[in-house]
Ligand binder design. Sequence first.
Ligand code: GSH
Length: 249
Amino acid sequence: MIRLVQPRGFWGLPNLSPACMKLESWLRLAGIPYLAVPLDLAQTPKGKIPYIYLEDGTRMGDSTLIIEHLKATYGREPDARLTAEQRAISLAFRRMMKEDFYWVIVHTRYKEERNWECYRQVVIDMMDGVPEEKQTILADFYRKRILEQLQGQGMGLHTADEVYRLGIEDVRAVSDFLGDKPFLFGEEPTTADATVSAYLANQLQVPLECPVKDFGLSRDNLVRYLQRTRARLFPELPRMESSPLEYAS
Ligand SMILES: N[C@@H](CCC(=O)N[C@@H](CS)C(=O)NCC(=O)O)C(=O)O
């Protein structure tokens, strides 16, 4: 069986790493059995999470490349019914989440001082086995590294106001495209839903304040969409009611 290496869930979400939540969502969507195993950062093939061990023991990193590989090897294609046009739209939404919206999430968690005060504790809680006196230093060191990535990618060059304006436009695009449909491409979820719901949940359903979250939660169709994808893909988790904070722990 495939082994999925990722941190455990926090704040009532399956994972606070959007890329991890995306991959786990997709494995469930595709019906591919897996075993979630504790994170071993020393083994990451590309320095990022998630990664997996294939059945033959080969390690593989990057959620997108993993999904492509599993589609080919397991012959599972949750997007089979999509037209070429829908596949192109799906790709654009997935890339928007991964290459743009992800950095809005990073800004919110790591750059905003008041949010970092709260998120630092999550980072510390993930450090199983690190001596207590080193935890804060390591968390701050990790933050510095992530903020360097944010700067290098370019989102870190913007003011908070600019970052949030960009994030709100991403969320608005999803909400407008979703409209009244249960999932992005109709009655059944596809790879785009596995990705979009993971990134949106990580911004809208966490106890960190920002205008992007306020905007997203003001869109009823998105709130219902996140409840729907969660119920479909993670039925073992409690339902998120109107306030995601009710389930924050
Ligand atoms: N393209 C990668 C991105 C993965 C990614 O950005 N992972 C983040 C957590 S969501 C990470 O490992 N960050 C730690 C770091 O960059 O040091 C994928 O989709 O798997």
